[in-house]
Design a protein around this ligand. Structure first.
Ligand code: HEC
Length: 395
């Protein structure tokens, strides 16, 4: 049974193949057309109650020192609405039953991170605009090429039992499968040399990579049916007014949300298009995601004066910055095409880089990164960016 609300479905369908920035940009345009001033109802001063699992990092935790991605997004939304945030803790996995008992049982006002899918409890649950994309990722050594299914040929790939990746690779005899029961086991199989690549649940892979494996691996989001889907903030059907208030503040939180993803190591956007080479996928997005493989063929221009670890820099870039600036900095929109930095700023390129990256341009959607990456890491990113500056722009 699929109950679909036409108006929201229209939003959802393209978003599946769009990155967060596009989604948010679309949202921004549409909210600018609406009256920006929100009527301050009686609700406004009451705390915003979030339902959350106390033991579900990277998403949520009752440890105030490390509340988790979803709770921090919820806190940011609460702050924008001028409402304190309180929690209703439930200890269980996400599932329709949990949502029924907590959100629909009026124990809380909102749940961050519900899947924005046609058949997820519509119409009793209503959704904000998409806040992120979640799905499966390829995890492997940083020097391994992971740009599509063909790169898995001849390798041992750890797959979660009964997951989309397991189904997807079931008929590929040239790939050896190592079945694991959880993303944690997948990471362990990789780390113990029992698998060459793990194709597992991306948020947990990214989080473990950051917290347990010292960012040793690359975590590459994949895209395709059942591999990547948008998530949003869910509300009970009767909370349309609150939903609209949240939608109105989400555009101004774009940069904060991107920085939170980076903080928790959770990949978001810029996925590898995971299909057979040359085979059409379901992509209909305004801007096609570029596979990492294609982008690498884009002839970087090596300059003499590069100092720093360009490989490490590229890793950070593709893990975090690529979400807005394009994989390997390949970006069709000139304003955020970082291959034009030298052309644009010439001698001031480095200075502009540091100022922009340290402080961000929050009003324009560029997050501040000084609390997320060390200067050494940012220097490596700069070194990498020097290698992709457009030819002929160095004067
Ligand atoms: C959430 C989207 C987003 C992410 C993630 C992001 N940026 Fe940006 N960045 C932007 C936007 C939007 C601009 C353009 C701002 C403007 O219009 O002035 C920008 C501008 C820049 C500029 C200045 C470009 C110019 O020509 O003036 C630099 C340098 C830059 N970003 C570097 C980075 C680096 C390095 C990272 C990763 C650590 C990163 N950005 C991550 C959105 C993002």
């Amino acid at each position: 049974m699929t109950v679909t609300c036409i108006a929201r479905n229209e939003l959802r369908t393209p978003s599946r193949n769009m990155r967060l920035d596009h989604v948010i940009r679309t949202v921004l345009l549409s909210t600018l057309l609406m009256a920006p001033a929100l009527p301050a109802g009686a609700e406004a001063t009451k705390p915003l109650r979030l339902c959350a699992d106390p033991t579900n990092l990277p998403f949520s935790s009752d440890d105030p020192a490390r509340p988790g991605l979803y709770l921090e997004i919820g806190q940011a939304v609460g702050a924008k609405l001028g409402r304190a945030v309180t929690y209703n803790w439930y200890k269980s996995y996400f599932g329709k039953r949990t949502v029924r008992e907590t959100l629909l049982g009026k124990q809380c006002d909102a749940m961050v991170g519900l899947p924005l899918a046609d058949d997820f409890m519509g119409p009793v649950v209503i959704f904000s605009k998409p806040i992120a994309h979640e799905g499966y990722a390829l995890v492997g050594a940083k020097d391994r090429k992971l740009a599509g299914i063909d790169d898995l040929k001849g390798l041992r790939v750890a797959l979660q039992y009964q997951s989309t990746p397991q189904n997807l690779l079931a008929s590929r005899d040239e790939i050896s499968k190592v079945t694991v029961l959880s993303p944690d086991e997948g990471m362990a199989a990789l780390d113990q040399g029992k698998a060459d690549v793990a194709f597992i649940w991306a948020p947990v892979a990214g989080w473990l990579n950051r917290t347990a494996y010292g960012d040793k691996y690359q975590v590459v989001s994949t895209e395709g049916d059942g591999l990547l889907w948008p998530t949003a903030i869910g509300f009970a059907k009767g909370s349309g007014a609150l939903r609209d208030e949240v939608d109105a503040v989400l555009p101004s939180l774009q940069a904060d949300i991107a920085a939170l993803f980076a903080k928790y190591g959770v990949p978001n956007g810029a996925p590898v298009k995971f299909g057979e080479a040359g085979q059409a996928t379901s992509s209909v997005g305004a801007r096609e995601p570029v596979t990492v493989g294609q982008a690498a063929a884009d002839k970087p221009v090596q300059t003499a004066a590069v100092t720093g670890d360009t490989k490490a820099g590229r890793e950070i870039f593709n893990g975090t910055c690529a979400h807005c600036h394009g994989p390997d900095a390949v970006q069709a929109e000139r304003k955020i095409d970082l291959r034009l930095l030298r052309k644009r700023y010439a001698d001031e390129m480095e200075q502009t880089y540091w100022k922009t990256v340290h402080d961000g341009r929050p009003a324009k959607g560029m997050p501040a990164w000084k609390d997320v990456f060390s200067d050494d890491e940012l220097k490596n990113v700069y070194a990498y960016l020097q290698t992709v500056q457009e030819a002929g722009g160095s004067n």
